[in-house]
Design a protein around this ligand. Structure first.
Ligand code: OGA
Ligand code: ZN
Ligand code: ZN
Length: 375
């Protein structure tokens, strides 16, 4: 093992392997001794902002499977080589791969899972969560077509995200309904609740009865449409990340309203949230010269989404439960003919983070790995 102490950085080679570089402040920050951690919980105790700006390693002593550092602030820390290797950030190629989504289009077959297998904490449930993570959409079939079952399903996986309107939304033909979903009209691909600054990131649509003629379901990978737009017209894409659009959903008792760009990016520049709802948009009020660029971008994106290339169309069966990632996958339906058969859905919202939390627990990766245990 070769160790070199630089001005601010420690360099280490193990057995002639690649050189790994770590900042002193980062290493000091990640000490796992009992002074630096709450032993009972593995939470941090060391206050990051208390680390002196001139922190330096005074000496490094190799030990079996790791090394001990004597710090200029008088502290001593132990690091295992395995942990250093797993947490090396010094070469771009080694950076933890971003959790990649697999984008899809019309030829995609929505993955299907059996209700019994998803309700049990095990491989079947994990496979369902993996599919939602990767594709943003999945169907669970054979869910008892009983009112309230969708809520029981939600609570088995995570938690219901409450919003205005009902905890469980009923969707059927209702001449007094407050939303176009309550009519027999076509619903173009959309995301629900853009009228919240944080729209629900998971939506469950449970088909109690889907026997009317028409009413086929449509799903579109919104992130794929955005990738196409970005490729074809980067300026149009960028415009949609900057122009605020107001959205409103209201009834006699409720009035939800939010103003946000259709596309919001994460720190890596990738799409983080996407809202798309023709029916709920209000008049935009933006810089005068941005109006034409906005409509140009919106027109291009809308045509990408509302195209046979993008749409997966299927007729949901009674008892199917459709899961969509609400910040990624758009859902819609074809018009149906009232009087030709029963049609009743129940919707519940949830949060994607709770799906990923459940997935991490099922995979057994939720316990943090200490930096200190030598091999
Ligand atoms: C919804 C919706 C789809 C349908 O419930 O949010 O868009 O099939 N409905 O009626
Ligand atoms: Zn410590
Ligand atoms: Zn909807």
């Amino acid at each position: 093992m070769r160790v070199e102490l630089g001005e601010q950085v420690l360099e280490i080679d193990v057995d002639g392997g690649r050189t790994r570089r770590f900042h002193y402040v980062w290493l000091r920050d990640n000490c796992w001794c009992s002074d630096c951690r709450v032993e009972q919980t593995a939470e941090r105790k060391l206050l990051t902002w208390s680390i002196p700006e001139d922190i330096r390693a005074r000496s490094v002593e190799p030990v079996e499977g790791g090394m001990v550092i004597d710090w200029s602030d008088g502290h001593r820390s132990t690091y295992s080589l395995d942990w250093l290797e797993a947490n090396d950030y010094s070469q771009p190629g080694l950076k933890r791969a971003r959790e990649q989504a697999t984008l899809w289009r019309s030829d995609f077959e929505v993955p299907r899972f059996a209700h019994e297998s998803v309700m049990i904490e095990g491989a079947g449930q994990l496979a369902y969560l993996d599919a939602v993570r990767e594709f943003g959409v999945a169907i669970v079939e054979g869910v008892p077509a009983v009112p309230g079952e969708v809520e029981r399903f939600a609570e088995a996986i995570g938690h219901v995200r409450e919003v205005a309107f009902e905890r469980v939304h009923n969707v059927y033909h209702d001449p007094d309904g407050y939303n176009v979903a309550h009519t027999p009209l076509e619903l173009k691909p959309h995301s629900d609740m853009p009228s919240y600054h944080w729209p629900p990131s998971i939506q469950l649509l449970h088909f109690l009865a889907n026997e009317a003629s028409g009413g086929e379901s449509v799903v579109v990978d919104g992130w794929n449409a955005l990738a196409q737009l970005k490729e074809a017209d980067p300026y149009a894409f960028e415009t949609l990340t900057r122009v605020p659009v107001p959205y409103q959903l209201f009834s006699e008792e409720e009035d939800t309203y939010a103003v946000a760009p259709m596309v919001q990016l994460g720190p890596d520049g990738e799409v983080a949230t996407f809202r798309f709802s023709n029916q709920l948009a209000l008049p935009i009020s933006i810089d005068f010269e941005m109006v034409e660029p906005f409509y140009d971008a919106y027109r291009k994106l809308g045509n990408l989404i509302d195209s046979p290339y993008a749409k997966v169309v299927f007729k949901a069966r009674n008892g199917d439960l459709l899961t969509v990632h609400g910040h990624r996958v758009l859902h819609g339906r074809m018009p149906f003919v009232p009087g030709t058969g029963a049609r009743h859905l129940q919707d519940v919202y949830m949060e994607f983070d709770d799906f990923m939390a459940k997935r991490r627990v099922l995979m057994g990766v939720h316990k943090p790995v200490s930096s200190g245990a030598a091999r």
